[in-house]
Design a protein around this ligand. Structure first.
Ligand code: CUA
Length: 342
């Protein structure tokens, strides 16, 4: 009995250690990691993090070494020899005043140098993306040189590789925080304000962004993807996003569009080129081209989309999308139609 319990506990301990190692290792690589920088902004921030961690580690090690030295020397010498007044005064001055001032001043200057890169003004012709945080999704607009919106999407940001992209960050309801760990630091999105920032990807890739400020029930499922692609690919993606939705070209898609336009969907969602002009939920004009649903909560598959339409609260409790009851054939046509919006 006891040996079984010991074995069980050991297994549990091993399981816990493995899960912890997995969490720690997963946090260190991949598509959402501040210490695997993939662009100049994240690079500077990661560098700053390592220098601070290294310096703090070295100072901690030095303090512990001095402490240990004190403990062992105290044991060896029966007769302790007190410091003179001058010695103890100098000790307090050097370790309590000079060292902290030098270290903190160094960190402050280094932090200011990092900020200069993070807040660097962009060239006037830089690609500008306006991102608006909502409970719990991301509204994304691409702006032209005159700051006019030319394309709108949601929860997925495409950027050209090797080019700086200016960010205009806003919010409508509560404070959110824009964060793509591989590409940028966190910038708060505050209702009534426009914060600016920039990011750049050095290599093509897909990076996960996550809201970095607690914003209510589904804060954890307020994520998005950044797709860094070669300039030509990006330009053709953007050109497609500027277009209105294509008219349905077969009876099933036409039925799907009719279901969509007759349902409550149009109260909140827009499909440009139709009379669905809702603005309070994601623009669906090119919805079929997106990889995920509900702010990167689930894959944009047929099954997940059906679940999302019929019972959004089952997937993301507390979100503001109401359930829509549909007959099976209508639902099927609607799924075909939504996924045809590429
Ligand atoms: Cu938005 Cu947390």
């Amino acid at each position: 009995m006891t040996s079984t319990r010991v074995g069980f506990n050991r297994r549990r301990l091993r399981g816990a250690a493995l899960s912890l190692a997995c969490v720690l290792l997963c946090a260190c690589s991949g598509q959402q990691s501040a210490i695997t920088p993939q662009g100049p902004v994240a690079d500077r921030i990661a560098w700053f993090f390592w220098i601070m961690t290294g310096a703090a580690g070295a100072i901690l090690a030095l303090v512990l070494l001095l402490l240990l030295a004190g403990v062992f020397r105290g044991r060896q010498q029966a007769q302790s020899k007190p410091l003179t007044y001058i010695q103890s005064r100098n000790l307090v001055l050097v370790s309590g005043v000079v060292m902290p001032v030098v270290v903190l001043l160094g960190f402050t200057l280094f932090s200011a140098m990092t900020d200069r890169v993070v807040a660097k003004p962009m060239r006037a012709d830089a690609i500008t993306v306006e991102i608006i945080g909502h409970q719990w999704w991301w509204e994304v607009h691409y702006l032209d040189n005159r700051q006019q919106r030319i394309a709108t999407t949601a929860n997925e940001i495409h950027i050209p590789v090797g080019q700086p992209v200016r960010l205009l960050l806003k919010a409508t309801d509560v404070i959110h925080s824009f964060w793509v760990p591989n590409l940028s630091g966190k910038t708060d999105m505050i209702p009534g304000k426009t914060n600016t920032g920039w990011l750049q990807a050095d290599q093509p890739g897909t990076f996960r962004g996550q809201c970095g400020e607690f914003c209510g029930l589904q804060h954890a499922r307020m994520a998005f993807w950044v797709e860094a692609q070669p300039a030509g690919e990006f330009q053709s993606w953007l050109a497609r996003q500027r277009e209105p939705a294509a008219a349905p070209d077969d009876p099933v898609l036409a039925r799907g569009q009719a279901v969509f336009l007759a349902s409550q969907c149009v109260m909140c969602h827009a499909v440009r080129g139709t009379r669905a002009l809702g603005r309070v939920a994601p623009d669906l004009t090119h919805f079929g081209g997106r990889k995920t649903l509900a702010a990167a909560s689930v894959p944009n598959s047929r099954g997940h989309l059906a679940g999302w339409i019929l019972d959004p609260q089952g997937i993301k409790p507390g979100n503001f999308m109401p359930p829509t009851a549909l007959a099976p054939d209508d639902l099927s046509a609607l799924l075909d139609y939504l996924h045809s919006l590429k």
